[in-house]
Design a protein around this ligand. Structure first.
Ligand code: GAR
Length: 192
């Protein structure tokens, strides 16, 4: 009973494929997991990732995105309704406004496909290859009002090989993301 009471109620925001969501759901169902995923929201009603939530009978909604304000207000209401303690962004491709962050007022975590502070924003693998970087990787970080700039919780890097291209790098980094997002959440929650 004690363990159950200690679980954090988590919402996950996605925009598309949802492979990170899949791993978060898998973890949430594992023995001694620290989280309960109570809600999944997408800014795209056709997001493939919503199927993972459906399969696991997790409440999920795909909103037709009209504008930031309408979307965020709907989300804030639901986050309150479902008593969400922590919000995890997993391939969520919209930038949350400072108004949303202030109003939610609980931790927001994100997984980003680069070794932050390098390559905030999009096309991270292309930029790492173009700059002839030796390493690529992924970061779990807190979300603040500046894009991809909140405190870094966990990172993992891999070597970029001569034969790598954006596709191969994306595949390798995604594999790392699946490992470190869960680890980062655990690290964050156990250090609160
Ligand atoms: C992941 O690589 C994630 O890091 C990235 O989108 C992909 C989503 O994959 N997120 C961002 O770039 C956010 N700025 P998924 O839908 O299979 O989890």
């Amino acid at each position: 009973m004690e363990k159950f009471l200690g679980k954090k109620n988590v919402a996950v925001f996605i925009s598309g494929r949802g492979s990170n969501l899949k791993f978060l759901i898998k973890y949430s169902k594992s023995k001694n997991s620290l989280i309960n995923i109570a809600l999944v929201i997408s800014n795209n009603p056709n997001a493939k990732g919503l199927e993972y939530a459906n399969k696991s009978k997790i409440k999920n909604i795909g909103y037709k995105y009209i504008n930031k304000k309408i979307f965020e207000n709907k989300c804030l209401k639901l986050l309150k309704k479902y008593k969400i303690d922590v919000l995890c962004l997993a391939g969520f491709m919209k930038i949350l406004s400072s108004n949303f962050i202030k109003n939610f007022s609980k931790p927001i975590l994100n997984i980003h496909p680069s070794l932050l502070p390098k390559y905030k924003g999009l096309n991270t693998h292309y930029r790492a290859l173009k700059n002839k970087d030796k390493f690529a990787g992924a970061s779990v970080h807190l979300v603040n009002e500046k894009l991809d700039s909140g405190r870094i919780i966990l990172q993992k890097k891999i070597r970029i090989l001569k034969k790598d291209n954006t596709k191969s790098l994306e595949k390798k980094v995604l594999k790392i993301e699946h490992q470190i997002y869960v680890k980062g959440i655990i690290k964050y929650l156990t250090n609160l």
